[in-house]
Design a protein around this ligand. Sequence first.
Ligand code: NAP
Length: 479
Amino acid sequence: MTDTPTQLFIGGSWVAAADGATMPVDDPATGEIIAHVADAGAKDARLAEDAAAEAQEEWARTAPRVRSEILRRAYEIIIERTDELAHLMTSEMGKPLAEARGEVAYAAEFFRWFSEEAVRIDGGGGVLPDGRNRMLLSRRPVGPCLLITPWNFPLAMGTRKIGPAIAAGCTMILKPAPQTPLSSLALAAILKEAGLPDGVLNVVTTSRAGEVCEPLLRGGRIRKLSFTGSTQVGRLLLAQCADKVVRSSMELGGNAPFIVFEDADLGKAVDGAMLAKMRNMGEACTAANRFFVHRSVAEEFGRQLAERMGGLVVGPGTRDGVDVGPLIDATGRAKVEELVADAVERGARVLVGGRTPAGPGCFYPPTVLTDVDPGSRLMDTEIFGPVAAILTFDDENEVVSRANDTPWGLVGYVFTEGLDRALRVSERLEVGMVGLNTGLVSNPAAPFGGVKQSGLGREGGRVGIDEFLEYQYLAVPVR
Ligand code: NAP
């Protein structure tokens, strides 16, 4: 957007970092700097904390209907500005424009969904079993929150947290990823325009995450952390939360199995694989990371997938007809290159791709590897790139146990035409979500989240708002 803010958003005002620091934001398709944004330090974090703490009481008292209508207005503004927001997202993150438009719609939907949930916060009550007391149950906002988001879905990861926090009556500080701060700043401007009171949302962009976040988590005024990012960072933040017993929600990494049985509809499985692997260039926590394909159909599945992957057009996300944009940065691409090299050294065959193109930008081609050795590093590392790694299996028990043999448990994909097997295998997978004959599970109306080291809590759905509410129980004598 031509007038995208680049300063910190604190107490409803746009301000420079206290020490005047800025950080560059670049376009991963060209490496060119597209903006400089304020680079917050500890002092700015304190100001944001003051603003959030000061606004909390009045915001908690604000009528649910008012909170709901602010979210609804923001939803409408986002939809009206889809094109502008999509261009902004593509310029800082790289995804093709069509995908960026899809993310804008997905992101906006969290606001519409939670505008509807804001007015349905329930309580409860009744006479307790001993007949002496009544119980009055009410639900109250947990208090000021710290929201930390990654770069891969620059708008949706923010709205998935901000939506329920606003609906519940919490104030907040958002710390977006340093690679993609512009989408979050644009979102703050939209919420201000939609009537969000000063101090309810504060945005601190920073390259000094630890310096900004640790004092907030240890300070005692932030009552809730909602984090989306890697398991490694999630673990560190949970330890910081322990100090002041800060309530936490964690949306962490994944290592999704994608299982194709011999009775699967191969056409559906390949369509599903394209979605589960290639959405966001493979830079998604839900990305299929390990393809387990029944030995009897593995060759045909690999051939069809390689044909589809090989037909994708790689290039800058703003160019017409491009299907696959650049990876986020040189480090992200180097990781993908190393994982592919390791798999090939251990005997994997490259059916398509596998070679980094020359030239500027962090591009990597859609790649299909087959005969992957189970000991390859990409089996227990999030690839976070457009690489499909295929292994074979012979029977159901074996594939379930291999699919579960990972510390992560975010999502799994199962392709079979047999109803019994579909349900049986889905229930045996240690994951928070299953795509059954589909490669896409994300939806604002469904509870998103993982088990094991993929996270704590759920975002979206009817339960998404619960993460931002506390129960209060009042005991009232019957007479
Ligand atoms: P990351 O390195 O964990 O960073 C995530 C966020 O945490 C960034 O804003 C980052 O800022 C911040 N951060 C890092 N260290 C911090 C610290 N010490 N204190 C406070 N904040 C800190 O993850 P990423 O590379 O951006 O994102 C990819 C990961 O996110 C993958 O593992 C992916 O699976 C996961 N993810 C999960 C979901 C889900 O819903 N489960 C959704 C999307 C992504 P800096 O970059 O400045 O350190």
